[in-house]
Design a protein around this ligand. Structure first.
Ligand SMILES: [Zn+2]
Length: 296
C-alpha cells in the first residue's frame, strides 16, 4: 500500500473529493469511519473508538462488561455499591472533544478512571470525600504503567482541574496517578504481580482515603498527602516555581488592565492568587520538612 502523506491524500485516494465525513461511503463500499476510525481526530470521535477504549480498560481490571450509553458526561453510574454488575458507563462525545481527549489512548485512561470508581464504590462511597476520586486516579496510574502509556492530553486535563467539594484539584489528582504508577513499578521490580486487591492495600496505606475538601489544607501543611511527604529542597523548588508563575500572571493582569480588558484581568488575577497560595504553602512546608530532617 502506498504511503499516504496526509489525511487529504487519503481522502483523495478514496474518493477524489477534498472533504470526507465519517459516514462517507468509500469506493470499496465501507464507511470511512470504519476504515480509519482515528482519521477524524479533532473533528469527530467514532463510537467504536470509545467502545474499544472502554473494553480495553474493563478487560484490564478484570471487571464484568457493562452497558455503555450516551449521556451528559464521561462517567459511570455505579448502582448498588456491593456489585459490579449493575454499573453503567456513560460517554459524551462533546465533552471528550472539548477537553481534547480524542485518541483511543486518552479515552482508555478516562475509562480506567471510571473502572477505578467501580472498584472503589464499596470502599469509598461517602459524599464530600475525595477518596473515591483519588483512588480512581491512582488506578488510572496503575493502568498507564502496566500498559506503558506515556503522559498525554489526559494528564494535562487532569492537572488543570480545580478543587471542589466533590473533586480534588489537579495537582493532588496527578500525585495520586503518579503514586499508582510508582506502586506498579515497585511491585514489578520485586516480581510481584500487581492485582487490584494489592493495589487497594497500597492506596489504603496513604492518608488519601481520609481526605476531603475540608481537611486537605491541614494535611498538605503537614506534608502527609498520599503519604508523599516531600523533602525540604522539593518544597523550596516548588515555592520558587510558584513564585515565577505568580509573577507571570501578575504581569498579564497589568497588560489586560492597560487594554481595559477587565474580564481577562480578573481571570489572570484569580490564577495569580492560586499560585501565591501554593507558594505560601510550599514555603511553610519547606520549613516544617527542614525541622524534621534535622531531627533524623
Ligand atoms: Zn471520577
Amino acid at each position: 500500500m502506498a504511503f499516504l502523506k496526509s489525511i487529504e491524500d487519503l481522502v483523495k485516494s478514496f474518493t477524489g473529493e477534498k472533504s470526507i465525513k465519517s459516514e462517507t461511503v468509500l469506493k470499496d463500499g465501507k464507511f470511512a469511519k470504519d476504515v480509519v476510525p482515528s482519521f477524524m481526530d479533532g473533528a469527530e470521535i467514532s463510537t467504536k473508538t470509545i467502545t474499544d477504549a472502554v473494553r480495553k480498560a474493563t478487560k484490564f481490571f478484570g471487571l464484568p462488561e457493562i452497558p455503555i450509553k450516551a449521556g451528559p458526561a464521561v462517567a459511570v453510574a455505579p448502582g448498588n455499591p456491593m456489585t459490579f454488575k449493575d454499573d453503567v458507563f456513560i460517554y459524551n462525545k462533546a465533552q471528550l472533544k472539548r477537553e481534547g481527549l480524542t485518541t483511543s489512548v486518552d479515552i482508555s485512561k478516562c475509562y480506567a478512571h471510571e473502572c477505578g470508581h467501580r472498584i472503589s464504590q464499596r470502599f469509598f462511597n461517602g459524599n464530600g470525600s475525595w477518596a473515591n476520586e483519588l483512588c480512581s486516579d491512582f488506578f488510572t496510574g496503575a493502568f498507564c504503567e502496566m500498559n506503558k502509556l506515556k503522559a498525554g492530553n489526559f494528564e494535562k486535563f487532569l492537572g488543570r482541574q480545580r478543587a471542589s467539594l466533590s473533586h480534588p484539584g489537579g495537582k493532588l489528582r496527578m500525585q495520586a496517578l503518579e503514586y499508582g504508577r510508582r506502586c506498579v513499578a515497585e511491585m514489578k521490580a520485586k516480581g510481584i504481580t500487581p492485582t487490584w486487591e494489592k493495589l487497594m492495600d497500597k492506596f489504603k496505606e496513604t492518608n488519601a482515603q481520609n481526605l476531603s475538601f475540608g481537611n486537605y489544607r491541614s494535611a498538605q501543611m503537614r506534608g502527609t498527602v498520599l503519604g508523599l511527604a516531600q523533602s525540604s529542597s522539593w518544597y523550596v523548588k516548588d515555592a520558587a516555581r510558584q513564585q515565577e508563575k505568580y509573577q507571570a500572571a501578575m504581569k498579564r493582569v497589568g497588560n489586560y488592565m492597560d487594554k481595559k480588558d477587565y474580564k481577562s484581568a480578573a481571570a489572570a488575577q484569580r490564577t495569580a492568587d492560586l499560585h501565591k497560595r501554593d507558594m505560601e504553602y510550599s514555603a511553610r512546608a519547606a520549613k516544617i520538612a527542614q525541622r524534621s530532617e534535622k531531627k533524623k
